[in-house]
Design a protein around this ligand. Structure first.
Ligand code: ADP
Length: 627
């Protein structure tokens, strides 16, 4: 027996047991080797003008033998001579394929050749599932065939053998089943089929397997409960040509939709397909989809963002998170790129390349969304209903860094127009004299529309944006301004409009300060409102923390209870209640306190803030009613 030629057998042991996290990838590695071997022969054939080597003659075959517990993977590629067996499989981390790449630089430019291997370790992944591996190979143009056998670290044997066809046959003698690992699974048709689909669907030669089929049964036989007769039939398990590598003009909308639904298990067509490629600093092809609906766990911790990453048509990871910015985490799809991978091909060595791709995709997604907003508004509205929240979170969590990326993508419902509008549309629709972008906060659009303060703003002909999600106001804070226009909360104390407030007389002022005294530091002041029209009272806030922010922050699980808005109680000077207040104050100054409580409580309710002692408040109302 010959020893493996590496520094130490330990390396092989390490390769086998610690490089890969998933045992199942052995099949991907062996199939990639088959594809490489065929490519090499095809390349040689086309370069040297050899006849009889057309693409259609090449194939890869998988056979499972449950009795013998063997899995065989064969190809009719270039094969290996005795010396090559020795060199390629006897030397760990020697890659014949890398040599080939280096010796045949022009092969890289040849569209039809697409060799995958480069590290010279993939083959040994077979030992993760097999206790013994046999490789029988007959090199192209050679009469002799050789068999390489090894049971792992101890070494290997090579002997002459018989083989009719050129190419290589790798037979894995599967390890016995253990408690944790059921190697038998790898002999099941459905398992093989799904592994091929998952990792090797785009290998460019047919991967064939004889699969079990059942004969049609006569009605009589069926009634008698006879078993259906089975037979074996060859089937090609892989689809071979990746959709994204085809010419765009050859792909129909249906092709894209079907691919999306099959690959990402969605039952609805995507709202938008983005098929793009780049060459230069990084070379890649990407096929991205904007789904029609958010997956059920989208806004939960369980949701994992990411794109499938392929290099040369072979799947590397199912969800590469680095390729997608968080604010676009809803995008599904894949990137196929020539990246420098690490040995196990499970991670990527140069994050820089990924970063570049990510930033390219980010721009592309933004532009495609803007395009949709312009040309397919119905689609964009649907998109926004499903994922708009994520865009707003993106604005907020980026602390303004994502401003340029996201400010034109977000929308809010408009009170005046009863539809979604973008900030741009809002600003463009502002009548002359309107200085601010007005918004109102509340649980629903109806709540915002019926805010006491909304009336006046709408009367002026100004529109109001409905901020109904917790994040809305925080997100807009990160923007600061939009096109030089500041945002104004209609629940704020200063609405930036000429409220026509008149000079108050001494009596009025005394009454207002009596109301303020009754409420103590729950309000910073009580004033005659400039914004109220038909409603008697409202609450507004001064300073940075708005009423809505107080609500949101105190509802957080880690309860920032201390954060309170500085509140102002506003009273409508033209309202009958105001006249009543003056009357009460004139007759009996002490009674004004319970009016203050009732008005303040009512204003809290209108603003959607909780009332701390509802019974106390209602008792006061009942008492006033009974008078
Ligand atoms: P890699 O594919 O990264 O080069 P492997 O360990 O998978 O590394 O394979 C080592 C070498 O063995 C390959 O580079 C190739 O030269 C040779 N080889 C493996 N499988 C085959 C095969 N099916 N046909 C021909 N050569 C093969």
């Amino acid at each position: 027996m010959k020893d493996f030629k590496t520094q130490s057998k330990k390396i092989l042991d390490m390769m086998i047991n610690s490089i890969y996290t998933h045992k199942e990838i052995f099949l991907r590695e062996l199939l990639s080797n088959c594809s490489d071997a065929i490519d090499k022969l095809y390349y040689k054939g086309s370069k040297e003008g050899l006849s009889g080597l057309t693409r259609n003659d090449f194939y890869i075959r998988i056979e499972a033998d449950k009795q013998k517990r063997t899995l065989t993977i064969s190809d009719n590629g270039i094969g290996m001579t005795e010396a090559e067996l020795e060199e390629n499989l006897g030397t760990i981390a020697h890659s014949g394929t890398l040599d080939f790449k280096n010796e045949n630089k022009d092969a890289k430019e040849n569209e039809d050749v697409n060799v995958i291997g480069q590290f010279g370790v993939g083959f040994y992944s077979a030992f993760m599932v097999a206790s013994k591996v046999e490789v029988v190979s007959k090199a192209f143009g050679s009469e002799k065939a050789y068999k390489w056998t090894s049971s792992g670290v101890e070494g290997y044997d090579i002997e002459e053998t018989q083989k009719d066809e050129r190419g290589t046959t790798v037979t894995l003698y599967l390890k016995p089943d253990g408690d944790d690992e059921k190697y038998d699974n790898f002999l099941e048709e459905y398992e093989i089929r799904s592994l091929v689909k998952k990792y090797s669907d785009y290998i460019r030669y047919p991967i064939k397997m004889a699969v079990t089929k059942y004969k049609e049964q006569s009605e009589e036989d069926r009634k008698e409960g006879k078993e259906r007769e089975s037979y074996k039939e060859d089937e090609t398990l892989n689809s071979m040509i990746p959709l994204w590598k085809k010419n765009k003009s050859e792909i129909t909308k249906d092709d894209y939709n079907k691919f999306y639904k099959d690959t990402f298990y969605d039952y609805e067509d995507p709202l938008k397909v983005i098929h793009t490629s780049a060459e230069g600093a990084v070379t890649y092809k990407a096929l991205l989809f904007i789904p029609s609906n958010a997956p059920y766990n989208y806004y939960s911790k369980d949701f994992e963002k990411g794109l499938k990453l392929y290099t040369d048509g072979v799947l590397i990871t199912d969800k590469c998170a680095d390729l997608l910015p968080d604010c676009f985490s809803f995008v599904r799809g894949l990137v196929d790129s020539e990246l420098t991978l690490n040995v196990s091909r499970e991670t990527i060595q140069h994050n820089r390349q990924l970063k570049l791709i990510e930033s390219n995709l980010e721009k592309k997604i933004k532009n495609e969304l803007l395009d949709m907003q312009k040309n397919d508004r119905e689609g964009y509205d649907k998109f926004f209903k499903a994922f708009g929240l994520q865009l707003k979170y993106g604005l907020y969590s980026g602390w303004g860094m994502n401003k340029d990326l996201l400010q034109d993508l977000i929308m809010f419902r408009s009170v005046k127009q009863d539809k979604y509008v973008t900030l741009k549309e809002y600003v463009q629709g502002m009548p002359e004299g309107q200085k601010f972008v007005y918004y109102g906060t509340g649980k629903s659009e109806t709540a915002v529309r019926s805010l006491p303060q909304s009336e006046k703003i709408l009367d002026l002909g100004y529109d109001i944006l409905c901020f109904t999600d917790d994040v809305d106001e925080f997100a807009v804070k990160m923007l600061g301004k939009y096109k030089e226009k500041e945002f104004k909360n209609v629940l704020g104390e200063d609405l930036g409009i000429d409220d026509g407030s008149e000079q108050l007389n001494k009596e009025d002022e005394d009454m207002l300060s009596a109301l303020k005294d009754a409420l103590g530091d729950r309000v910073s002041k009580v004033k005659v409102s400039g914004v109220l029209k038909s409603h008697p009272v409202c609450l507004s806030s001064e300073g940075e923390v708005s009423l809505e922010m107080e609500k949101v922050l105190s509802n957080m699980p880690n309860g920032q209870e201390g954060v309170k808005a500085t509140k102002v109680l506003e009273i409508n000077g033209d309202h009958a209640i105001y006249r009543k207040l003056k009357k009460v104050y004139g007759e009996n100054k002490d009674e004004i306190a319970s009016y203050a409580e009732v008005l303040y409580g009512a204003a809290r309710l209108i603003a959607g803030l909780p009332v701390e002692q509802p019974t106390e408040l209602t008792d006061k109302i009942f008492k006033l009613l009974a008078e």
